[in-house]
Write a protein that binds this ligand. Structure first.
Ligand code: TRP
Length: 327
């Protein structure tokens, strides 16, 4: 069976962007691929290093988010990055195979650096996290990595590192491929990049009321003032969401919007209804697991143990290939 590895940074609750970008694919493919989901707590520290105390709750909630979306702990492996120190060791070896310039040119790093206020003063760990992400992906020799579009530069780097490693030391690692979903990038409700601090995302744990309120405030076609003005769905964020979450109605909504026959209020109501339908069973599953904290911890413990065993096998082969055995 081929393998999937993908992961999340536990820095707060996961949102609809994660859902359509990668989680749907994880859940769909988990019976066809041996699936590893890594909770990347060390990567979260690259931007949150001043508050490590938050990780405990964030790691737990990240597990909850995955489980509540239908990740099946009987077939998939949920694991915690820092409890697999082999990943850190691999990162050290990989760091020789990458140049600082390569990292500085990574477009995702540039965007995130601006967002976190790191411009011109990149912490080494932050600049290097894509190298650590390459170690995340290769420790279990994953073939496929379901991700959102923003992660593509990191997968490309991983492929380069793997090729270089195998060329220098021998064929030990597997070159992975990225898997994008049908909605590789979902904008925030205000049209900007989706982000917690901009308050423009719908979280998987949001209540019906929160969904309604957030959708109500979403940005639409700015040229449209009266409900019967002809609209321009191609520039409307709400329409983008209909495309992502309400496929069966998009033709009709697009057409009636263009003709000025459906107003934004009505259009938003219909979107909120669809989102509520999608998120309600997820919320239900979340409360099931939330009430069974010990079960979630057990899932994480068993998953991490299994993942670590894979990492040990890989690191043994890596050290051997690199001739790092002295006695
Ligand atoms: N960088 C990813 C994100 O911000 C999270 C992540 C960490 C990841 N390790 C990974 C994704 C390995 C794919 C594979 O969402």
């Amino acid at each position: 069976m081929k393998r999937i590895l993908t992961g999340d940074r536990p820095t707060g609750p996961l949102h609809l962007g994660h859902y359509v970008g990668t989680i749907v694919n994880r859940v769909k493919l988990q019976y066809e691929y041996e699936t590893f989901i890594l909770i990347a707590d060390a990567q979260a520290l690259t931007t949150n290093f001043e508050h490590p105390e938050k990780l405990k709750e964030d790691v737990f909630h990240c597990a909850l988010d995955n489980l509540s979306c239908g990740l099946d702990p009987n077939v998939s492996t949920l694991c915690i990055q820092t409890m697999i120190p082999e990943i850190a060791e691999l990162t050290v070896y990989f760091s020789n195979l990458v140049t600082v310039n390569q990292l500085l040119h990574n477009p995702t790093i540039k965007t995130e650096a601006r967002y976190f206020g790191f411009e011109e003063r990149y912490p080494y760990g932050f600049l290097g996290y894509p190298v650590s992400q390459a170690a995340d992906i290769t420790f279990c020799r994953a073939n496929l990595v379901p991700v959102g579009e923003d992660q593509l530069p990191h997968i490309e780097l991983t492929r380069k590192i793997v090729r270089r490693f195998n060329e220098l030391y021998g064929e030990v690692l597997v070159e992975p491929e990225a898997l994008l979903s049908d909605v590789p990038r979902l904008p925030g409700l205000d049209g900007q990049k989706m982000s917690k601090s901009l308050g423009n995302c719908i979280f998987l744990k949001d209540s019906d009321y929160e969904i309604e309120e957030k959708v109500r405030r979403a940005l639409t076609d700015p040229a449209r003032i009266h409900p019967n003005d002809p609209g321009h769905p191609e520039v409307c964020i709400v329409f983008t969401y209909h495309k992502a979450f309400n496929r069966k109605e998009i033709e009709e909504i697009g057409e009636t919007c263009r003709q000025g026959k459906i107003g934004c209020v009505e259009c938003k109501k219909r979107l909120a209804e669809e989102l509520k339908k999608i998120l309600s069973p997820i919320r239900k599953k979340r409360s099931y697991y939330e009430e069974r904290r010990d079960l979630v911890i057990e899932i994480l413990r068993a998953g991490t143990k299994k993942a670590k065993e894979e990492a040990e096998k890989t690191i043994t082969d890596v050290r051997k290939a690199m001739r790092l055995s002295y006695f």
